[in-house]
Design a protein around this ligand. Sequence first.
Ligand SMILES: CC(C)(COP(=O)(O)OP(=O)(O)OC[C@H]1O[C@@H](n2cnc3c(N)ncnc32)[C@H](O)[C@@H]1OP(=O)(O)O)[C@@H](O)C(=O)NCCC(=O)NCCSC(=O)C[C@](C)(O)C(=O)O
Length: 352
Amino acid sequence: MDWTDPDTFAQALEQAETKEKGNYFENFEEGDVIEHDPGLTLTRFGNEQWMSQTLNHDPAYWRTDAARARGFEDPPIHPDYLTAATLGITVEDLSEKGGYFLGRTDVRFPEAPVYAGTELHVESEVVNRATSSSRPEYGIVSWRTRGKDAETGDVLCSYERTNMIPRRDPVATDGSGAAAAEADDGPELSDEFITPDGGYYEDFAEALETAADENAAVAYRHERGRTQDDVTVASLPLSTLNTAKQHHNVDVMADSPSGDIVTYGDVTRSTALGHARSDEETWREVGFDDESFHTFVAVGDTVYAFTRVLEAESGASSDEAGTVRFEHIAFNQNDEPVYSGTRTAEIRKRPN
Ligand SMILES: CC(C)(COP(=O)(O)OP(=O)(O)OC[C@H]1O[C@@H](n2cnc3c(N)ncnc32)[C@H](O)[C@@H]1OP(=O)(O)O)[C@@H](O)C(=O)NCCC(=O)NCCSC(=O)C[C@](C)(O)C(=O)O
């Protein structure tokens, strides 16, 4: 019998069992520790590919003289790429089954830079699992993930991430969770917005002082936008070993709520951060909190960024910088927020 005869093959496909990938909600127990098998060597090529496509052009990550002026030996691996690669490696075990990346918090990096050639070994611990009161077919799982130097065991990047994960057995729900979330309107906007004059630490600190006197907010938009294409949607996540079908299987995603493949959350976020960093003198990334992904980004959507400056403090790991806390909101061509999160970064002080 010719198994490639279309009728025979259609019957064969119907009869065959699919060897499934990924884990259902029921497979996760609080306290489980998962060592992720894929590993990744952090290369200069991978770093430059990620950073170029997301418009992150800080010269310290591209040129040796600029890197040395920042106190690095060579251009290091950027924390955005490190974060995306750490998460990418975990997808096969944690979220390949499907479900949405809802948010992440407590993203932290040690002070020491990470250099090309470092091999990444990643592990995650299940820290929380809950039923979704609005979506019976999903549960909500949070993991604490640590990306380590495979040779030394040093933690290079850590965070807590939360995803919706498909349940093997859907549960009954009254849909009350979604209704409760809609009830909170939040505080009103300030009447006046102030834009910092420049991108040095003092520009942010001075703008905050003026805003405090005038009961205003320090908030502004960035001009650049990046339309999502096959490279950003499909290639970048695969370059971090992220096997989520959301980013590369158009066939399966046609039947999903988005109806199409969607941008990896870390690409959306890095792109918005790239826009924000293009208007500041970044010295070092310290960490990120309260990151949320509000709606899908797909091929053809354009990612823009909006920044609110929350706090500024003169101290930092270097005398040449101060510390600033920002809220960044990525939004699309219809002005809908797609990502938000707070970021703590050291920003270079104005040279005398
Ligand atoms: C998911 C959608 C459809 C839900 O839309 P909705 O209107 O139903 O939203 P909701 O009602 O606000 O949230 C649903 C439930 O999630 C909970 N929730 C919500 N946020 C959080 C959070 N941060 N932490 C903890 N829980 C959270 C929330 O409390 C609620 O719980 P409930 O069902 O019990 O009422 C909508 O929010 C959406 O479209 N978001 C965008 C998702 C997205 O595009 N993510 C990035 C791309 S996917 C990706 O990168 C994949 C990755 C990295 O490869 C990979 O994980 O494998």
